[in-house]
Design a protein around this ligand. Sequence first.
Ligand SMILES: Nc1ncnc2c1ncn2[C@@H]1O[C@H](COP(=O)(O)OP(=O)(O)OP(=O)(O)O)[C@@H](O)[C@H]1O
Ligand SMILES: [Mg+2]
Length: 268
Amino acid sequence: MTDEYCIELAGVEKSFGAQRVLKGVDLPIRRGLTTVIVGESGQGKSVLLKHILGLVRPDAGRVLVGGTDVARIKGRRLKELRTRFGVLFQSAALFDSLSVFENIALPLRERTAMGERQIHDKVAATLGMLDLGGSEDKYPAQLSGGMKKRVGLARALQLDPEILLFDEPTTGLDPVKSREVYQIFHDTQKRLGYTSVIVSHDIPKIFNLADYVALLHDGKIRICATSEEMQRSEDPLVKAFISRVMGNIYVSDIESRLLRDQDDRGRF
Ligand SMILES: Nc1ncnc2c1ncn2[C@@H]1O[C@H](COP(=O)(O)OP(=O)(O)OP(=O)(O)O)[C@@H](O)[C@H]1O
Ligand SMILES: [Mg+2]
């Protein structure tokens, strides 16, 4: 593994009972860039992500994070390794009884020895960066779906992670809100330079965000390429996947108008 890669899966196999889910996954993930994992439902995308976090162990193969094989460590070392990750799963998993400020401050209170002043300054800086200024005293029930995702992202960023893992981060959002969330991911990633790995169904939106797109199919990575390369691929399976997800997408008139307005404001 070279320094160019932050995470590298090699020959990863995983079965649950008689079901072979991963059949030899090879996936190098480049440092400081965004890699999006796509594929049909049930292909094992979430399982793959869980291998990176060491939540699921492979039957065979290696899962290297910064040169350490996650599959071979446990206990304190695994816990330490996990502090390098920020994680945002489908539901933003905010604590309903805590304010926005307290939700975001939680990792700092639990994992650092920072004082109130420092915590306040750090949380305030993130609130500003993610357009959440003025919402710090609200409770999750008072937020829109997109705001909840941004609060989840703010929390995931507090410990300055090297790597952010997102599993379907825009589930439950309307198309315009999804684009906003992806735009914010894109901007914060460029600003902070972390490596991000996103599992998403939101094609074609993620094509604009991804530096690399990896298609998981039948237990293997069928292609890992830039969005443009992927859209030009001659592989019949890749072509079929793309035309299925990009081809005949129904976009309502209202949606296309909203999207056009967004584009006018310089977003993708
Ligand atoms: N802990 C587990 N025990 C048994 N089977 C599991 C377990 N986790 C996942 N599976 C199975 O592995 C397969 C892949 O699941 P996974 O959740 O990774 O799919 P996915 O690609 O993320 O799908 P989706 O796009 O719907 O989220 C599924 O058939 C699922 O039932
Ligand atoms: Mg999944």
